[in-house]
Structure formats: structure tokens, C-alpha cells
Design a binder for this molecule. Structure first.
Ligand code: 5RP
Length: 262
């Protein structure tokens, strides 16, 4: 990759670049999935190459594992790492309490397992993902293929009894076929428009047989790093109750971008 970054890529990149400052030598780090998380993996690779940073990465998808290996980040399974110091990942929506919708990239199950097995979760994003209330982004729910249509009907029936506006679910497709996750499951996208009580919705959905996990991340995220197209970043820490602003200076002729060409 070379040339000028678009404002949206700049926002994702500066959020990622700032977030890897949280990573210290010797840490076990959960590596998220998606376009913003991919920038974070590249930035980590740069720190490994240029500073000799020694870290162990636990990827949340086969895509992320491949990228991490390519940029020189050591990869192990979660069972090998056991517990993580930190996970850095993207999100589809972030509310003022740092509750999230995730899974737009289809990796919500591994992402939730890995984030939950971490001392700290840092979410990186551009400002467009900040919302007052969750639900405009379709909520991904991972379901087992066996009897998925029955599970879908049960999910829709359940939605009628909870505080959401929409109640329809659609099977995520990859071309003409069902999208299949790294775990061999399907994804239902729930078109809820507004989720009045995300905690309740998450608990209720996970009680339906056939549902493996949903994309609501409640009380899991500790810090968000929001990037902007002009290089500004905002760091919000929900536990400390702090907000800091920074600016990331970079040239998109850096090695980091040149390395992506091959
Ligand atoms: C993948 C995810 C992603 O983190 C989320 O969809 C955000 O992706 P992007 O950074 O490409 O906007 O949850 O399952």
C-alpha cells in the first residue's frame, strides 16, 4: 500500500497506532479481526521489527493469524497462552458505557472468548462507530447449522418479548451460500434498530438452543481509542473515567506502508 490514505483509513490507522502503545514487552496480546484491527496487527509487527518487542499474539480469526505471521508477530492458540494481558480489537458500534456490537466481520465468537480471557480490552475505531444507543447496526448472532431455520424462528419469536424495535433476522450470505465462520457455524443478522436493554437482550438470546453466541459485548471493553481523519486520537478509559486527546504524526511513505505492497 502506498500513496495517500483516505480520511477513514487515516482514522483507523491512528487509532491502531495509538493503541499499540498499550502493549509492553513480554505481553500476551489478543489480536482482533477487521480492517481497523488489521492496522493494529501491522503496527505491532512494526514494533516487533524495529524495537525488538517480544510479544505473543492470540488471533481471533484465521485472517488475523495469517496477517500476524506475515508481519512477524508470533502467534499461539488461546489454550497455549491461557490468559492474556490485553486484547485490541475493532467494533461496529460503541455506546457511551463502552458496550459494543461486534461481529460485522463474522469473528464474534473467537473475539468474545479472547476478549473475556484478557485483563484489559482496548477497542479501536473511527468516530463513525460511536452511538448514543446500540442497535442500528444489525446484531450478529452465531448459530449452529443444524436446524438453523428453527433457531431463526425461535430468535424472532424471542425478540417479540424484549425491548427492541425490529424483530427480523436474516442469514448472512457469502455469495449464494451461507457465510460459514471459522468455527463452522452460520450467522444470523438481527435487524433491531434499537436495543433498549442490551444486557437483557444478550442473556435472553444466549439461552436459545442453537445460538452459540451473540455480538453484544457488555462490560468487556475497558478503553476505546477513537481516531480521526486529521490524525487526532481520543482515548477514553471507562474505569479511570478519563479522556485524553493526542495527535499521531506519520508519513504514509513510512516503512509500515511500503511493507504492505507485497
Ligand atoms: C469482526 C468485528 C470487527 O472488529 C468489526 O466488524 C469492525 O470491523 P472494521 O474495523 O473493519 O470496521 O467485530 O467480527
Amino acid at each position: 500500500m502506498s500513496g495517500n490514505l483516505s480520511p477513514i483509513d487515516t482514522a483507523k490507522f491512528v487509532a491502531a497506532k495509538r493503541a499499540v502503545d498499550f502493549v509492553e514487552d513480554g505481553m500476551r496480546v489478543g489480536l482482533g479481526t477487521g480492517s481497523t484491527a488489521a492496522w493494529m496487527v501491522r503496527c505491532l509487527g512494526e514494533r516487533v521489527r524495529e524495537e525488538g518487542l517480544r510479544i505473543t499474539g492470540v488471533p481471533t480469526s484465521s485472517r488475523t493469524a495469517e496477517l500476524a505471521r506475515k508481519v512477524g508477530v508470533k502467534v499461539v492458540s488461546l489454550d497455549e497462552a491461557k490468559w492474556l494481558d490485553l486484547t485490541i480489537d475493532g467494533a461496529d458500534e460503541i455506546d457511551p458505557n463502552l458496550n459494543l456490537i461486534k461481529g460485522g466481520g463474522g469473528a464474534l465468537l473467537q473475539e468474545k472468548i479472547v476478549a473475556t480471557a484478557s485483563d484489559q480490552m482496548v477497542v479501536i475505531s473511527d468516530a463513525s462507530k460511536l452511538v448514543e444507543g446500540l442497535g442500528a447496526f444489525p446484531l450478529p448472532v452465531e448459530v449452529v447449522p443444524f436446524g438453523w431455520q428453527t433457531t431463526k424462528a425461535l430468535v424472532e419469536e424471542t425478540l417479540a418479548g424484549i425491548d427492541v424495535l425490529g424483530q427480523s433476522a436474516t442469514l448472512r450470505l457469502n455469495g449464494d451460500a451461507a457465510y460459514v465462520t471459522d468455527e463452522g457455524n452460520y450467522i444470523l443478522d438481527l435487524h433491531l434498530q434499537r436495543i433498549g436493554n442490551p444486557r437483557q437482550a444478550s442473556l435472553v438470546l444466549n439461552q436459545i438452543p442453537g445460538v452459540v453466541e451473540n455480538g453484544l459485548f457488555i462490560d468487556i471493553c475497558d478503553v476505546v481509542v477513537i481516531g480521526h481523519g486529521d490524525g487526532r486520537v481520543e482515548v477514553r478509559d471507562i474505569n479511570a473515567g478519563t479522556r485524553q486527546e493526542d495527535r499521531i504524526e506519520f508519513a504514509d511513505t513510512d516503512n509500515l506502508f511500503r511493507d504492505l505492497a507485497d
